[in-house]
Write a protein of this length. Structure first.
Length: 424
């Protein structure tokens, strides 16, 4: 292949770090339909905080560029698609972003070019759904005029240890030669190398079971938490005791939100049923994890009742709205489920999160939030620690309660027992 010129399509939590990394070795252009996002990146600021501004600006000085104009990526010959793969309101896979990105690729791809997909999908989506779109739009024939690969993303938002250049990537290609090419390109920018899968479908399947396995494991811990809470046993204490065994897998119960673990299993669940297989364990895990926000809210209400605190019109403070700690990502946050259940009893609910963008929360969930500690008024009847942002760990949470006599509930299991009235 001639000199490789890369276009990364989709500049979110996955695409931007990848584009920045590729730009250290190749001419790279980042493409996104969101013109505001492109404009901000051109100025050297990443609102997702995945790429520090100083590193981003250095990459721009070294040649990384961004665009919302498809014609600007026509000169590229190695296209990487990193767009979201959400589900609809009925938890059915929504391939709209992937089809749109494939259409864009089809408009600009040329003979001999390669398109690599990174989006998490069920086995078969790349070859059965995406590439026919590229063929139809471009008029080119797959595996004759252009080629494809799949290298599933492994970005963990907010994780500054397992960054894209340090993780080991799975790669694959539509022919043995293209598999080698895709593997070489990724290997050239990764510290810990790659694992070359024997086919695109194997690579797709490997990604989706990574998240499904974690979903099932967390569901088990959530079920245990419900059992032990009913028995009056501290789940944290149980986990610490069990962790003394060498092969115990230490996980904690919690809310399962975000764009991966709480979404991706639905892709495999639906596809499995097409083949006549009912994935009972995965489906049960999804139902259990999706119900944890409502469960937490009712645990808080139960504690308030026991303490004689009137739930109706009570003042609640939810600490955190993002789906995980030290990260501004609010996509599919399950904190909203806690909010929704409590809102059935009171409209005096305050949400405080110094990491979240208030405008995005308002747009996505219709909720006004506070982002600065000085805005908190105190005298809350119940404080629920939903997200373990580092800022929260420095606060004296009980001082936020009404006469220091309300309820503190710890969803994350990180506060001292002397501070809390209950935890998951």
């Amino acid at each position: 292949m001639k000199e490789i010129k890369i276009a990364v399509i989709g500049l979110g939590y996955v695409g931007l770090p990848l584009a920045r990394l590729f730009s250290t070795k190749y001419k790279t252009i980042g493409f996104d339909l969101n013109k505001d996002r492109v404009a901000a990146l051109q100025k050297g600021h990443d609102s997702t905080l995945e790429v520090p501004d100083d590193i981003l600006r250095q990459a721009i000085r070294n040649g990384l560029s961004f665009t919302a104009d498809p014609d600007s990526i026509r000169e590229c010959n190695f296209y990487v698609v990193a767009v979201p793969t959400p589900v609809d309101v009925n938890n059915r896979p929504d391939l709209t972003p992937l089809i749109g990105a494939s259409t864009t690729v089809g408009q600009v791809i040329s003979k001999g070019d390669v398109v690599v997909y990174e989006s998490t999908v069920y086995p078969g989506v790349t070859e059965e759904e995406c590439l026919p779109v590229v063929e139809w739009v471009s008029g080119l024939k797959f595996n004759t005029d252009f080629y494809a690969g799949y290298s599933p993303e492994r970005i963990n938002p907010g994780d500054k240890e397992h960054t894209v250049e340090k993780i080991k990537k799975v790669t694959s290609g539509s022919t043995p030669e293209i598999a080698d090419l895709v593997d070489r390109v990724y290997n050239s920018v990764l510290v810990n190398g790659t694992h070359k899968a024997p086919s695109i479908k194997v690579a797709e399947a490997s990604k989706i079971i990574e998240n499904s396995q974690r979903d099932v494991n967390i569901a088990f811990m959530n079920e245990l938490a419900k059992i032990f809470n009913a028995m009056g046993i501290d789940t944290n204490d149980v986990i610490e005791a069990a962790s003394s065994k060498w092969n115990f897998i230490k996980l904690k119960p919690g809310l399962v939100g975000g764009h991966c673990i709480s979404v991706d299993p639905y892709y495999l669940i639906q596809k499995a049923q097409v083949y006549g297989v009912l994935p009972r364990v995965m489906a049960a895990a999804r139902r259990l994890n999706d119900g944890m926000g409502d469960y937490v809210a009712h645990q808080v209400i139960k504690l308030m009742n026991k303490k004689g605190i009137l739930v109706r019109n009570a003042r609640f403070l939810l600490m955190g709205i993002t789906f995980k700690e030290n990260c501004p990502d609010i996509r599919n946050t399950k904190v909203i489920d806690i909010y929704s259940t409590l809102a059935e009893y009171s409209d005096r609910i305050t949400v405080f999160d110094p990491w979240a963008n208030a405008g995005q929360v308002k747009k996505e969930y219709g909720i006004e939030i506070l982002t600065e500690e000085k805005e908190l008024q105190g005298s809350y009847d119940s404080v629920v620690l939903c997200v373990s942002h580092r800022e929260f760990l420095k606060m004296d949470i009980r001082k936020l309660l009404a006469e220091n006599d309300g309820i503190v509930y710890d969803v994350k299991g990180i506060l001292p027992a002397s501070v809390i009235d209950g935890r998951l």
